[in-house]
Design a protein around this ligand. Sequence first.
Ligand code: DAH
Length: 349
Amino acid sequence: MIEELKNKLNLIETNYTSKIQACKNVKDLQDLQVAAIGRKGELTELLKSLKDLSLEEKKIFGPLSNALKIKLSSLFEAKNAELENAAINEELNKTDLDLTLPAFPFNKGGRHPLAIAQKRMTDILSKLGFIWAHGPFIEDEYHNFDALNIPAHHPARDMQDTFFIKNPHKSDFVLRTHTSGVQIRTMQKQKPPIRIMAPGRVFRKDSLDATHSPVFHQIEGLYVDKNVSLADLKRDLTVFMQGLFGKKAEVRFRPSFFPFTEPSVEVDVKCVFCEGKDKNCPVCKGSGWKEMMGAGIVHPNVLRNCQIDPEVYSGYAFGMGVERLAMFSLGIKDIRAFYENDIRILEQF
Ligand code: DAH
């Protein structure tokens, strides 16, 4: 009796092992599994004869049939995984899905370094009470030059620097060469107190090199009220520079000239790279200082041009290049890095 049962076990084993191996799809494999070890499967049925065996025989046949059940189960499981994988691969081969592409989360991109720099500056100016003002990129000569006390013979009005747009009916238009025209537009619309910042794009006939670009960005500032003095300018611009470069930043004001301010100053910051200690510093060229912006007390002619009485009101103004400050604070050596948009550079900020 026991020998016969052992033979049957062997038969089941060889039979199903080879059938499992030959099986080509999951459905057939499931049928095969039911036929072998399902509730009415061959092995299950055989196990039912266990009850007719003697205790000795049970001790032999029991473990044998159990071992076979475990073996078949794991064969089914392995084959099932193999068939499922094959099915998935077949599906994938039918589609264009490229599993070598980067997985989630996708690179979401980020702010452009110029936008980062501009936001840093406007955030500080907002805290100092400056509100946004806008002006057109295509400006008339009056707002870009005349009203700012820039006389007709001024070199900036030369064809070399400015992109002119011919206007056969009236005076020419220009692509604004600075954001200072926004001062005029604001003062024409609004009476003091005025406290505005005007960030934006400006245009000059410069060839592109490491430090020049025909299109760049500036931020203009204007504060007009009663009794505004150079002391207000020095305090606010020092706070601004320290906001940008840290509390310890040293600021220096140098006499300068702009047609629209009197007196005029140039605002320098102590080189944040060498702190004025390296005679060969490539950033400040060994001078220890870096020029950051132009500023000054608004020229009485400019106020008058906007129907503001210079005997009653005074103001200060400043203008700075966003690229220049961004290059200095982010350590970027070449202005072209901002416009070439090489991802490898942009993603560093
Ligand atoms: N408009 C000047 C420029 O483009 C910058 C400037 C200097 C603006 C002094 C000002 C100022 O408002 O007061 O170079």
